[in-house]
Design a binder for this molecule. Sequence first.
Ligand SMILES: Nc1ncnc2c1ncn2[C@@H]1O[C@H](COP(=O)(O)OP(=O)(O)O)[C@@H](O)[C@H]1O
Ligand SMILES: [Mg+2]
Length: 239
Amino acid sequence: MELAAESVSVRFGGLVANDDISLSIASGEVLGLIGPNGAGKTTLVNILSGFQRPHSGAIRLAGTDMTHRKPGAFARAGIVRSFQAVRLFRRLTVSENIEVGLVGRGLSRGEARRQAFAMLSEFDLGHRAAQPASALSYGEERRVGLVRALALEPRFLLLDEPAAGLAAMEAEELKRAILSIRDNRGCGVLVIEHNMALVMSLCDRIHVLGGGKTIAAGRPEEIRRNPAVRTAYLGSTAA
Ligand SMILES: Nc1ncnc2c1ncn2[C@@H]1O[C@H](COP(=O)(O)OP(=O)(O)O)[C@@H](O)[C@H]1O
Ligand SMILES: [Mg+2]
């Protein structure tokens, strides 16, 4: 199965935030979306998840045209996104933060509790289940955010800078979690990430944006060697 953007363009007044961008994410792969600040990455994730409409172009899920559907229809179709800053309900327990989503999907409270514990355990967070979310480290909070997204049973998971602000060890744990989502659940995962070492070791393919346009797309090794990518990054102060 494939989630695809086809010749998508988005304008904000005179600014072209996405200029004729085409990309696709397949089930069971991690696609990196990189580029300097302001390149149009978050805008493209907004489009892919139905939070924003393109001015031209189309979004297709397994061939079905989603372009004019509402965000709720994207979520029901299995396209789940995270936002740049994850916030849990800090007064609820870690488990309750997950259970909320499961009960929302129609599970009984008991079943939600069992499933929440199983999912937290899968991501080495079982020992945190009964603690308040406020007790978590920053890295753990990010992983719980990931589990919460998984409770929605995504087929495609779109993550906007999930590792921002994480220490190297925490970023490594997040990477393992994302790879296990790819391998054990068969999700297609799109990750926006600035840490090049992390991107190169995590992603199966990488799509590079600059100034709203596609600069390059390919395997990590091709992207690493691509002169246009190097220029885009050297020309920006905040990559
Ligand atoms: N809602 C908006 N209104 C006006 N301009 C916006 C809006 N959202 C994004 N932009 C602009 O579009 C460009 C791309 O932004 P964004 O997609 O957030 O980039 P990135 O995530 O790659 O940093 C930037 O110049 C940004 O200022
Ligand atoms: Mg962004």
